[in-house]
Write a protein that binds this ligand. Structure first.
Ligand SMILES: O=c1[nH]c(=O)c2[nH]c(=O)[nH]c2[nH]1
Length: 312
């Protein structure tokens, strides 16, 4: 038996990058957390400490920062630019570049509308308040087959106060959950969708910001519009709506906790509770996860998914 080096990658994780666009007095903030990881011929470094082919992780961090001097644009476009830069080195045959974007809202602008700097025309020119937990995400994966682009969002917290049921499930000696035809449905949506090559190709007309906003809106309006018989049904409907609307999205994966809201028993106080007072439990929670795919794509799992932690 001999011991051999298996799959490996290395790079700089979580480069916190804030760019201020200040070409006019109305500044814009792009706040990103970027990870760069390279794959390729790095055997010599692992086996004998020969660093002659190693692009230092510090250099990768510096490259991220230097590229930002020209502007960041969308997280997708920025990652594609980084990927192409590092792949030009002969020892780099693949890699993984990942971004999370945090939203900043203009102070005085009113309601936030997704990660990024809201620029609806209202609000302060150069003072911002950090938005909700929601993050916009992007990932570029490179291997022998080329570049694969994922876009996504994390922890988009949504709730509907009616229009949700759960009944008809089997009962055994451990089942205590009552059936309900009217409950709160609440979740934190995490989703990744995979673009096919026609969208990923930088030569094309891809507007990543516009597309991100359209997918996010579709996920939210589907959540709102569907009378839900189960969170599973809602998750599948949200994914289906995205695949139906955009031919160049090959697949979408969703992970949605069921943030349970339990009706409080007010009877001990001589009060009824017609669906008005709830206890919001933070754990345990149901966890509903699904890949929504096109039937022609189901035979093999795309390798990009093995680079995403957890189910999505
Ligand atoms: O939408 C739901 N799906 C479930 O699978 C489930 N299980 C449960 O206890 N409550 C719910 N709700």
């Amino acid at each position: 038996m001999s011991i051999v080096l298996g799959p490996n990658q290395y790079g700089k994780s979580e480069v916190r990058l804030v760019r201020v666009d200040r070409d006019t007095p109305r500044h814009r903030i792009t706040d990103l957390n970027i990870t760069s990881q390279l794959r390729g011929d790095f055997r010599a470094a692992h086996e004998s400490g020969d660093n002659s082919g190693v692009i230092a992780t510090d250099t990768q961090k510096n490259t991220v920062q230097a590229f930002a001097r020209d502007g960041v644009g969308s997280p997708e476009a920025f990652l594609l630019r980084l990927a192409r830069h590092f792949l030009a080195e002969p020892q780099v045959t693949g890699g993984r570049w990942r971004a999370e974007q945090y939203g900043w809202e203009r102070i005085g602008a009113g309601t936030p509308d997704g990660a990024g700097t809201s620029d609806a025309g209202a609000g302060h020119d150069h003072s911002f308040v950090r938005g909700a937990a929601e993050r916009r995400t992007a990932l570029v994966h490179a291997d022998d087959a080329g570049l694969t682009l994922l876009a996504g969002l994390s922890d988009v917290t949504v709730l509907k106060s009616t229009g949700s049921e759960f009944s008809g499930f089997p009962r055994d000696r451990y089942t205590t959950l009552p059936e309900t035809d009217d409950r709160i449905l609440a979740t934190d949506v995490t989703a990744w969708w995979r673009y096919d090559a026609s969208f990923t190709d930088a030569a094309g007309p891809a507007d990543h910001d516009e597309r991100f906003a359209a997918v996010r809106e579709l996920l939210l309006t589907t959540f709102a519009g569907l009378h839900s018989l189960a969170l599973q049904q809602t998750v599948f409907a949200m994914g289906s709506a995205v695949l139906e609307a955009f031919d160049d999205i090959a697949e979408i994966r969703l992970s949605c906790p069921n943030n349970h809201h339990f009706l409080v028993d007010l009877e001990p106080f001589g009060l009824d509770n017609p669906g008005e007072v709830f206890f919001a439990a933070d754990r345990p929670y149901g966890l509903i996860e699904a890949a929504v795919q096109r039937s022609e794509n189901t035979a093999t799992e795309h390798p990009v998914w093995s680079t995403i932690g957890g189910f999505v």
